[in-house]
Design a protein around this ligand. Structure first.
Ligand code: NDP
Length: 322
């Protein structure tokens, strides 16, 4: 089968199309015919060797995808051949076939096609754990969502609005702010605006209750001055790739808490995925939330998809199809 391989870490130029054997599902795994892959910022960082865990070469990237079940590993009984599922976790999706743990395969409701299914797991489950489990967002609270037109950002806006929060969305271009506004964001601001804090305080005089932080970097400490008393800051990403600054003493004044978020270990918390599914799926099925599919690339153009995301050109979930 065709697969994109990484033999050495680096930028998009290290992605190589190669012919490799179709993998065999091990105990507890399924083999899927890949329909669509969701590209994550984490994939780009992983191939560069800059992710939370360091990748070991050679490997096939791709941690999130949709596909139909073509073979069941030993002990798998709850999935059926031919069923469309979305898989998250692991790697190897930049290929025609990939294995995934059966426990990490989400059955897909009829309302989603294969592209939308590939846009679901990482963004929506991370948004859920950030807003609901760790952020404890209440109706009427102010939620600040950064990189609001991206995959995680669009999912977060939709879930936050479903929770009746007041959403402040920031992004780097007016076009991205239009996307955030169309999804229901109440207030939209350019992230680079020098008066950002002042504009935010005008629409939310008490400050932000829950801040989904994905940019990180040297501006992190300044951004905390926008927090309300008892505010919750969720550190979800560091897209700037700069060292973030934080003076812990500054958190005392307003009883602000800062919590890290990483989807991978949260997936293993007993009952966590089931609780997330119980929250997300009724919203999907009713049409209240809809995964936002952005630009679509062919597998042989995976490098172009990486470049687009790394240069901040992407919106919604970038999809790669074999
Ligand atoms: P996006 O679709 O949001 O694309 C990345 C966005 O990050 C860009 O469009 C850009 O939006 C913003 N950004 C800010 N600074 C930079 C920069 N210097 N270079 C590139 N992009 C920048 O990607 P994802 O939805 O996949 O991920 C968004 C963030 O959330 C990432 O930091 C990612 O690592 C994190 N994440 C973390 C998870 C976890 O479990 N902790 C799970 C999922 C995502 P703009 O131009 O508007 O600033």
């Amino acid at each position: 089968m065709r697969a994109v391989r990484v033999n050495q870490l680096g930028g998009p130029e290290v992605l190589e199309m190669q012919i490799v054997p179709v993998p065999t599902p091990r105990k507890g795994q399924v083999l899927l015919k890949v329909a669509a892959v969701g590209l994550n910022f984490a994939d780009v960082l992983n191939v560069r060797g800059e992710y939370l865990t360091r990748a070991r070469t050679p490997f096939t990237p791709g941690m999130e995808f949709s596909g139909s079940v073509v073979a069941l590993g030993e002990g798998v009984t709850h999935l059926q051949i031919g069923q469309l599922v979305a898989a998250l976790g692991g790697s190897g999706a930049f290929a025609e076939y990939a294995t995934a743990p059966a426990a990490a395969c989400l059955p897909i409701p009829d309302v989603l096609d294969a592209r939308a299914a590939a846009a679901l797991p990482v963004s929506y489950y991370t948004a859920y754990f950030s807003l609901v489990t760790l952020g404890r967002v209440q109706a009427g609270e102010v939620v600040w969502i950064e990189a609001a037109a991206g995959a995680l950002g669009t999912a977060s806006i939709q879930l936050a609005k479903a929770m009746h929060a007041v959403v402040i969305a920031t992004a780097s271009t007016p076009e991205k702010l239009e996307i955030a506004k169309a999804l229901g964001a109440d207030h939209v601001f350019l992230s680079g605006d020098a008066d950002l804090r002042q504009m935010m305080l005008e629409v939310a005089p008490k400050g932000v209750d829950v801040y989904l932080s994905v940019t990180g970097g040297g501006g992190f400490q300044d951004r905390l001055s926008a927090m309300n008393a008892l505010g919750r800051v969720l550190v979800i990403g560091n897209a700037s790739r700069e060292a973030a600054n934080l003076n812990p003493n500054s958190l005392m004044k307003n009883n602000v808490s800062v919590t890290g978020v990483w989807l991978t270990p949260l997936m293993s918390v007993p009952g966590a995925m089931q609780a997330a599914t119980a929250f997300i799926y009724p919203l999907l099925i009713s049409g209240a939330v809809k995964p936002q599919v952005g630009q679509v690339f062919k597998l042989e153009d995976a490098g172009k998809a990486f470049e687009l995301m790394f240069s901040r050109g992407s919106t919604g979930k970038v999809i790669i199809e074999p």
